[in-house]
Design a binder for this molecule. Structure first.
Ligand SMILES: [Fe+2]
Length: 389
């Protein structure tokens, strides 16, 4: 028995105005200072107030949200007793808000102990709305929560099926001002979700179509959204929907090795999440296709992307070239060296990177799972740009 989970998704022009229809007493708007300064938080609050809700603001979420931050945010919720939690931001804000929602219901829980088995009874206190302001993480439709343990410099892949938003508002107006670098980083995260969701060992008939459509949309629209920003409204909208489609896809399947490696690289070298997973993606495709034959699905994926697809090897090669070409078009680093990591840093951190990757929940969903020495080779390949097929 399996489940397909999804919030009610409100999308398109003026989707944000759906907030005016929420019924309740008080909304806690969880966001970051940047979105307050840009006026987005006030725009959201205005709609909430139109529906008769009182709005309280928590705007202290930072990138790579820590265990300490979610405890502080939960205290805020316990003080203000909202019956709606509205997360406005990128993946960091939405993930942090989901963890705060759990601690609001279960104040004695250690955030590191959030797990998919225990019942938290979240909706007895509040329901949850996610309003993404980037086009990438898919957190608005997944039950995954990534937090950072700062002491151990480790990303924690947590989650609870209950901690999925009741409503996701996917309004392209919220991403019109996204800067080019953030557009590229988050857009490549969406592509990695689509490809890994399709090829992970948890892939299934319910998610395949979502992953395929999302991958097509990213290949077609990311270069335009990167280059023209708000002057290409159509590309912006397609990228915003692609991110949510990919979120539904990998969120109901799993991500895989590029995410395992990307989480480790992100926590140790503080690379943005999308940049880190995209760096690993081409190399992990090359690694996986060299495993047992028939264990990968690159030919099927490539066929739908109109790439050469005679067999797994040919398809993997074409897919790698297409991913690298896309990364070039959006001026993304293609190696760890280009991302500013020195050889000395990589040598020093290698044991930790290997340990974190091997213990990441996404790594074991890969069609081929590396041992420690294969992983070390893979990391050096990512460093130097050596893709051998
Ligand atoms: Fe991701």
């Amino acid at each position: 028995m399996w489940y397909f989970a999804s919030p009610l998704i409100v999308y398109g022009e003026d989707a944000l105005s759906h907030l005016a229809t929420l019924e309740g007493r008080r909304a806690a708007l969880i966001t970051d200072a940047h979105l307050v300064a840009l006026g987005y938080a006030e725009k959201v609050a205005d709609f909430l107030r139109q529906g008769g809700l009182e709005v309280v603001f928590y705007d202290r979420v930072e990138p790579e949200p820590s265990l300490e931050l979610v405890k502080e945010g939960a205290e805020f919720l316990l003080t203000h007793s909202p019956d709606w939690i509205v997360a406005l931001g990128g993946g960091s804000v939405i993930d942090a808000a989901k963890a705060m929602w759990i601690l609001y219901a279960q104040p004695d829980l250690d955030p590191e102990a959030i797990n998919p088995i225990e019942r938290f009874n979240l909706r007895a206190k509040a329901r949850f709305v996610a309003v993404p302001t980037t086009s990438g993480t898919g957190s608005e439709v997944t039950w995954a929560i990534v937090l950072t343990n700062r002491t151990e410099r480790r990303k924690l892949g947590l989650g609870s099926r209950e901690a999925i938003a009741d409503i996701a508002i996917v309004d392209p107006a919220m991403v019109m001002d996204l800067p080019p670098r953030l557009t590229a980083d988050t857009g490549l995260d969406a592509l990695t979700h689509a490809i890994e969701g399709f090829t992970s060992t948890y892939h299934n008939d319910f998610t395949d179509g979502l992953c395929l459509k999302a991958a097509q949309l990213v290949f077609e629209n990311l270069p335009r959204a990167y280059r023209y920003g708000k002057d290409d409204i159509e590309a912006r909208a397609h990228m915003h929907y692609a991110a949510t489609l990919a979120g539904l896809g990998f969120g109901n399947a799993m991500a895989a090795l590029a995410h395992g490696i990307g989480h480790a690289l992100g926590a140790i070298f503080h690379l943005p999440h999308g940049r880190a997973v995209a760096l690993a993606l081409p190399y992990t495709i090359a690694y996986c296709v060299q495993g047992a034959s028939g264990s990968t699905r690159y030919a099927e994926l490539a066929y739908h992307l109109r790439l050469p697809s005679e067999n797994e090897q040919v398809a993997a090669k074409g897919l790698i070239e297409a991913v690298i070409e896309l990364m070039r078009q959006v001026e993304q680093p293609l190696t760890l060296a280009q991302a500013g990591i020195s050889q000395r840093d990589l040598v020093r951190e290698m044991p930790v990177l290997i340990d974190h990757t091997m213990n990441d929940t996404q790594t074991i969903m890969s069609p081929r799972v590396p041992d420690e020495s294969e992983l070390e080779t893979l990391l050096w390949q990512i460093y130097s740009g050596d893709i051998s097929l």
